[in-house]
Design a protein around this ligand. Structure first.
Ligand SMILES: C[S@@+](CC[C@H](N)C(=O)[O-])C[C@H]1O[C@@H](n2cnc3c(N)ncnc32)[C@H](O)[C@@H]1O
Length: 334
């Protein structure tokens, strides 16, 4: 190994050790929030957005959304300390380890079959007379097949949330509307962060909504956040109330699947629901509904609605080699 690499390693280690000795770092890592006058600064004071709000008798701290960067060096050291070297797990000596590959697949098949046959694992009530389940969830959802419904990795939902939240200066009080939230891959992170009832979604697919309502919200302990999720496919937002104004409206991998005409109908209806100037609409992947008209015509059409295009962004994934492309719009008139 070259001297340069050694020096780099030593510098990295020193940085990490300094960070770990840093009271802010330790307080953040241990989840300590209280300012107890012990000369250890409250972690909230080292963040940029530090409001504290209450709802339902619970305190909610507005910690920075993108915390991962602060902790990456710490986790890299732990990963190395456990000798977990990056590799593809199911391949040993260039051979696929079939046994290992199949553990999960077999278990899931088994789970699915037994659940469908009403044998609920080892401990279950006998007989069919009493249903002890408060919010019954179909077996297909319990084995999380819906995490792979839409091509994009489920884990990427967090990346999308972090990008949108930072770009729109989200706070827990913000109001957010997602068009086509699917199985809540992204929406879950918003629902967790926002105060109750502040996340809305219009989604057309029944199976996705079943997964959202019967699996994701209960299993993530988010029922109390009471997101308003409405089934519909006509860009009809009347069920969300006439007075609501959103800080963020976004469509993740949705507008590219819709007819252009429907996207324009939706935008026209959404303008009055977007906070003037500060509110943002974000659209992922492409904006062919607009560019297909031609640059000038596209700008004119947006302007006629009171919208303007503010730019294109990319955002890197934390976990896999991938970036998302996002297009930003804002309301140009009050
Ligand atoms: C590729 S999935 C993306 C789901 C989610 N946004 C995500 O990032 O994981 C596209 C979603 O848009 C929904 N969708 C498509 N056309 C729609 C429409 N006209 N109205 C409401 N939802 C629609 C689909 O049902 C699907 O859930």
């Amino acid at each position: 190994m070259s001297i340069g690499l050694h020096l780099f390693g030593i510098a990295l280690l020193l940085t990490v050790l300094l960070a770990m000795d840093d009271p802010h770092f330790n307080a953040l890592f241990s989840g300590g929030f209280e300012d107890d006058n012990d000369n250890v600064m409250d972690p909230a004071t080292v963040t940029t957005t530090t409001t504290q709000i209450s709802y339902d008798g619970q305190r909610h701290f507005d910690l920075p959304i993108i915390q991962a960067k602060l902790f990456i060096p710490h986790f890299k050291v732990h990963i190395e300390g456990n000798s977990i070297i990056y590799k593809i797990f199911n391949v040993v000596d260039n051979q696929v380890d079939v046994k290992r590959c199949l553990i999960n697949a077999q278990k899931r098949n088994w789970e699915l079959k037994t659940l469908i046959l009403m044998f609920k694992g080892i401990s279950h009530y006998e007989g069919q007379s009493d249903n002890h389940t408060a919010l019954p969830c179909p077996g297909e959802l319990l084995v999380e097949g819906h995490h792979s419904n839409y091509g994009e990795p489920w884990a990427g939902g967090r990346d999308v949330f972090e990008f949108l939240a930072e770009s729109s200066h989200l706070t827990p009080n913000s109001r957010v509307l997602e068009i086509g939230c699917g199985t809540l891959r992204v929406g879950l992170h918003f629902i967790r962060y926002l105060i109750p009832e502040h996340f809305h979604c219009l989604e057309r697919d029944e199976l996705s909504l079943m997964a959202a309502f019967r699996y994701e919200l209960p299993s993530q302990g988010l029922l109390h956040k009471r997101p308003l999720i409405v089934r519909g496919e006509d860009m009809d937002f009347s069920k969300f109330g006439s007075g609501v104004v959103y800080d963020l409206i976004y469509a993740s991998a949705v507008f590219l699947h819709m007819p252009d005409k429907l996207v324009w109908v939706g935008l026209e209806r959404l303008v009055s629901k977007l906070k003037p100037y500060d509110g943002r609409i974000f659209v992922s992947h492409n904006i062919k509904f607009c560019s297909r008209l031609g640059g000038e015509e596209c700008t004119k059409r947006l302007a006629s609605l009171g919208l303007e295009y503010s730019g294109k962004h990319t955002h890197d994934s934390l976990l896999f080699n991938h970036y998302e492309i996002w297009f930003e719009f804002r309301r140009s008139k009050a």
